[in-house]
Ligand binder design. Sequence first.
Ligand code: PHE
Length: 371
Amino acid sequence: MYTLPKLDDFSPAALDRAVAALIAAAETESSAVTNDAEFKIFRDHWMARKNGILTQVNDLWLKAAPKEAKKDVGARVNALKTAVEEIVAAAEKRITAGPSLESQRIDVTLPGIKRPLGAEHPIIRTKNEIVRIFQRMGYSVAEGPEIETDYYNFESLNFPPNHPARDTQDTIFIAGQENKPQRDRLLLRTHTSPVQIRTMEKQRPPVRVVIPGKVHRNDAADASHSPIFHQVEGLAVDTNITFSDLKGTLDHAMKELFGSDVKTRFYPSFFPFTEPSADVQISCFKCGGTGKLNATEGCRLCKYSGWIELLGCGMVDPNVFGFVESNGYDPKTISGFAFGMGVDRIAMLKYGIDDIQLFYHGDVRFLEQFA
Ligand code: PHE
């Protein structure tokens, strides 16, 4: 807060400087006033009869002035009082008036702010589409954790410790777990299959479930690999489930996804948790399974073969049921099938996208094409 200086020099120039400093201080203090309580302090500091700045001006400046300067000082003091009174009155008006009409004016003719509508990401859309196909066949939906234990991701799926099949799934382990038993070690799940076991631990047969989710592998990113991708897993367990149920179910699902013209073919394969196992191929929907677009041009989409490999599947291995046998899964009385498909790859095929990385760059120019 401003304190009034004593004056030694009563020359007109010195007086002008002192007056200017005083008025500048009053204005600065006035602009800091935001409410009634602050205003009262401000007003009293400058105008209180006893010891306000204006009263002090009388004593320190006017009465102290030498005779010859009295007239000059008197004129300035009068002007300065008026100025301070005006500054105080303006501050009072400002805090009691509220916002001015001008500041509340709305120009209804100005264009509005257009907020772009979001859209479902093509991965999520494809995932939902796959899930809905199975829901229509009576499947329910389950999910599981992305951070898994070695037990659920491998051991209970019949990957024995140190089994070479683990190498095909470049696993990202969480560091610093050397002291834990192997089955308790945490990793980023490499597939959605651990949720097969988690589901069977919770639910007695019969089971029909699809499991969508994100999975992780230590793959270098390129046009067809991403260290993060998505799968939809399926599991059906009941009495008398056969390989033809598996074939019929997946054939129907592929026709729903890619059109009723596509054919499916089952190719022998290997997964530790299914026996027998198969890879499913669909006839190429671009060239109609011929491998040729016309007399001279081959079909690059199916690598000229007429078939596109799409998912893994098989009959649930009895050893897998062995891990949940106490919950009603006796491999002598029940059987089941399982399948797992890559959502990213299916989305790429459906939408004609040639680089998986586009899904993860978050570039709106790519994404808004799906809006
Ligand atoms: N989990 C397997 C994979 O990620 C796919 C699969 C699921 C195969 C279910 C068979 C049965 O490669």
